[in-house]
Write a new protein. Structure first.
Length: 562
């Protein structure tokens, strides 16, 4: 464990303890500090938004004064606030307020949901939503004619559960001017009828989806800011004190800053700014300017986001070996190698952390090779570049995370084994590769640094932004297989999974000096759970309830039971 801990130790700035009684004292609890030594205490004191004491019940008494709020934890658990290292808040807000298909699994159910939503929103000229499953349809995706039957007169855009494919009707195709003669955009695909060449109604990857999406009216900033409150309520109730928006737009950045300026932001927010294959010197200068503008106390943007591939389900992930159902086809990276290599080195030189989307083992290797070359060119350390998702990773590449100082950013909810998704994985990858999906344990054992996120609202059939759901999934030490759960040796323990969602995620955001663990001098970003997780079975961890969430010493959520 020491090998991992040294990379994410926090060298705190000298901290002069304030005089006088604490504002808040917790005692009689189980305090897991999530520090290097994975310490456990009984009590914590908070003053002026900072942690000023951690230790025994007897020792905390010196911090109690006439106006100190005293909370008897009664054996309950106190933790650092959770950090989600990879999610899409504003995408999720739109998903919450539009036509949601999550929880359904058949064409008939999807059409019934769309029909009902249209009836309930007669004034909406454009219908957006998402959440459909790939295995609900043939491999070439859903068809426009099915949507045409129920809504022929208004454009419809419904994204898949992972956001990498979209189902549209004929009206939407007409709106975007997509016909049989429209070429596939770079990095995208328009599914077509094999006989007529006409678009079928399925669009693959962002560059194809945006042909339609850009014709739909956007949300104005005021509406987005107001809608963010709905997300924020869910987040703080789940114990989140920090999030990483892994694909923030300029409008998103402005909305976050507005929320902070209005005193309405109850989360630390770091962001990755999208960098696409067309990136040139002008775009890099634009990213530098956006980073400069994003300088709030709670909001920052020091990361650039690059998509190197798509997803396995849409045959858009870039693999080292061909798909099982498509002879000699490995998928195509979204970036040309030379362009990616040069842009990665240029971004690194300008001080950007790079956050890579890489699902296939081919894309992961391409990301690693780019980082390796950037390191040789720039000779920089402590870059903390990240690779997210990592569905497939070659065994040869696993040690490179540690040697290159990279962060492996996993989404543990994706590990859950479902019979239907297993059938799809076997069809796409054969019988052997599904057993190698999501090698979080292997990268950790090889010395790699792990941080975890939800990818909310993108994901599998178990979408949740509650970190306890992901922690439970990670504790199982399971990966998808062709028919059964595959137990892993030395499955990651609870303390380490908690670290992935606290100290490690703070490290990934360059915030380990101020948050992520319970240490004197750090910000009082804390949560209280209704039970001691160390005393419950692993399969019941997700049943714990957050009773209190605190950011910088101020409660952002408090359950009446506390």
């Amino acid at each position: 464990m020491q090998k991992h801990s040294q990379k994410i130790s926090a060298q705190l700035h000298p901290f002069a303890l304030p005089r006088g009684p604490a504002d808040l004292v917790f005692y009689n609890g189980v305090v897991y500090a999530a520090d290097i030594a994975q310490n456990q205490f009984e009590a914590v004191a908070v003053k002026a938004g900072k942690i000023v004491y951690r230790g025994s019940d007897s020792g905390v008494k010196q911090w109690i004064g006439r106006n100190t709020e005293i909370l008897d934890l009664k054996g309950r658990m106190l933790l650092p606030g959770f950090h989600d290292a990879h999610m899409h808040p504003f995408m999720g807000i739109v998903d919450l307020l539009e036509c949601r298909l999550t929880g359904l699994s058949s064409l008939e159910e999807y059409l019934a949901r769309v029909q009902r939503w249209v009836r309930e929103h007669p004034g909406e000229e454009y219908i957006r939503g998402g959440g459909w499953l790939y295995n609900s349809f043939p491999m070439d995706g859903p068809q426009r004619q099915d949507l045409d039957r129920i809504v022929p007169d208004r454009p419809i855009l419904l994204k898949a559960i992972d956001g990498h494919s979209a189902w549209v009707n004929s009206k939407a195709l007409q709106l975007a001017g997509i016909s049989r003669t429209t070429p596939d955009p770079a990095g995208g695909k328009i599914e077509r009828d094999p006989d007529t060449g006409e678009p079928t109604g399925t669009l693959r990857e962002w560059n194809a989806i945006r042909l339609v999406e850009e014709k739909f009216p956007g949300w104005n900033k005021e509406r987005l800011v107001n809608a963010f409150e709905l997300f924020q309520q869910l987040a703080v109730r789940s114990g989140l004190t920090a999030i990483h928006d892994s694909m923030a737009s300029q409008d998103d950045l402005a909305a976050y800053l507005m929320l902070e300026n209005q005193g309405r932001l109850n989360l630390r927010v770091t962001m990755s700014l999208l960098c696409e294959p067309e990136c040139d010197e002008t775009r890099i200068r634009d990213l530098i300017e956006l980073r400069r503008k994003c300088c709030g106390d709670l909001v920052s943007a020091r990361s650039a986001k690059i998509f190197l591939d798509g997803v396995i389900e849409g045959h858009t992930a870039f693999l080292l070996k061909p798909y099982a159902d498509r002879n000699a086809f490995t998928g195509t990276p979204l970036w040309e190698w030379e362009k990616y290599r040069k842009v990665a080195a240029a971004l690194e030189l300008e001080g950007f952390q790079i956050h890579i989307h890489a699902v296939g083992d081919g894309a992961v290797r391409m990301a690693l090779n780019g980082f390796e070359q950037a390191k040789q060119i720039n000779d920089l350390s402590n870059t903390r570049h990240q690779i997210a998702h990592l569905d497939l990773v070659s065994s040869q590449d696993i040690p490179r995370f540690e040697s290159l100082g990279l962060i492996a950013n996993f989404q543990p909810l994706w590990f859950i084994d479902e019979a239907a998704s297993m059938e799809l994985d076997t069809h796409l990858l054969g019988f052997e590769r599904p057993q190698q999906l999501y090698p979080m344990q292997e990268i950790f054992d090889a010395g790699g640094t792990i941080a975890c996120g939800s990818d909310w609202p993108v994901g599998a059939e178990f979408i949740s932004l509650n970190p306890l759901d992901s922690i439970k999934a990670g504790l199982g030490g399971l990966a998808k297989t062709s028919g059964k759960e595959r137990p892993r040796l030395n499955a990651i323990n609870l303390r380490t999974m908690l670290d992935f969602y606290t100290r490690n995620a703070a490290y990934a955001a360059f915030q380990e000096q101020i948050t992520g663990s319970i240490e004197v001098g750090k910000s009082a970003d804390l949560i209280v759970l209704d039970r001691n997780l160390f005393e419950v079975p692993a399969d019941e961890v997700d049943q714990a309830k957050v009773l209190l969430t605190i950011l910088r010493g101020r409660a952002t959520y408090r359950d009446p039971a506390l």
